[in-house]
Design a binder for this molecule. Structure first.
Ligand SMILES: [Zn+2]
Length: 303
């Protein structure tokens, strides 16, 4: 007969472990940029053709896709321009192409132009459903759907602004997944289901479009310490020669940038407070610097 287990100490232990992982990830994680170099070296050695989303899309459009193997490299620049530059440096030195999608909060016009000039792609990592829902404190999918025309207008305005500022084609875009998207169960790219809007703006492809996604043999995404790869290690896929692989990276998981992560954690807390408008929650304001430690265990578990 098994002994009854007490779930409280277990939960506490899990919360403690998750807080430690979050702390390590945010403030201690050493640079892993050399791992990207090694990944790209091995892919090249295995005969992989490396592509950005834009360059693979050109091949698909021209009907020039062959048996491969192909590796599509995509970086979603959610935070941390310093690590972004370091990762781009590796991509450039290896003579390959990748897509770098920037949010409004990470927009760096000069870097985007440099990336484009080096042969890679720099474009827009959009999140207008989440932004609008935060601003107007929308609480359900139905509310989001009711406001879709206004959300799409906001997207169009931002997209045109990014295009005008950078002078880049922005033919492909990629949706960002924010905390509020997860909570509402609405993905940002739902706003681009409208073909007319795409045509009006000149958007040819969303990175999650089935026309591209269905070609991938396997997709890999990096993750936060200790799960550095979420769906298996792409190195194994490369070694076995999978014909069509996408690797998605986020700079945050490639080295701790302490001030950036601290600021991002505080911004996340601020957004939560504004969204809930709960005055009592503000009482923990003085404990803000401790936020990253509790964040893993508290908010993410649906506190
Ligand atoms: Zn993102």
């Amino acid at each position: 007969m098994s002994m009854p287990t007490s779930s409280k100490p277990l939960k506490f232990q899990q919360a403690l472990r998750s807080s430690w992982h979050r702390f390590y990830s945010d403030f201690l994680l050493p640079s892993r940029v050399h791992e990207l170099r090694s990944l790209l070296e091995q892919a090249l050695a295995q005969g992989y053709q490396m592509h950005s989303i834009a360059s693979i899309w050109e091949k698909i459009k021209a009907g020039q896709l062959q048996d491969g193997p192909y590796l599509v490299l995509r970086l979603d620049i959610d935070t941390d321009l310093r690590t972004t530059r370091a990762l781009w440096q590796v991509v450039r030195e290896m003579g390959v192409q990748a897509s770098f999608y920037f949010r409004l909060s990470t927009l760096d016009v000069n870097l985007m132009r440099e990336i484009h000039a080096s042969g890679s792609e720099a474009s827009y990592h959009y999140e207008e459903i989440a932004t609008y829902a935060k601003r107007h404190r929308l609480k359900s999918r139905a509310e989001v759907e009711a406001h879709m025309p206004a959300i799409q207008a906001l997207f169009a305005e931002n997209y045109r602004r990014v295009k005008a500022l950078t002078g880049l084609p922005l033919h492909t875009v990629a949706s960002h997944g924010d905390w509020l998207n997860r909570r509402l169960g609405v993905i940002n790219h739902e706003l681009l289901q409208d073909r007319g809007l795409r045509e009006e703006l000149g958007i040819e492809l969303e990175a999650y479009d089935p026309v591209l996604q269905q070609r991938y043999t396997q997709r890999f995404s990096d993750g936060a310490h200790p799960n550095l790869w979420l769906n298996g290690n792409p190195l194994e896929a490369i070694r076995t020669g999978l014909p069509f692989v996408e690797v998605l990276l986020h700079p945050r998981h490639w080295g701790a940038n302490i001030p950036v992560n601290l600021r991002d954690n505080l911004r996340r807390l601020g957004e939560e407070l504004a969204y809930r408008q709960s005055w009592w929650f503000c009482l923990i304001g003085p404990l803000n610097p401790l936020w990253p430690i509790v964040q893993g265990g508290l908010v993410e578990s649906g506190f």
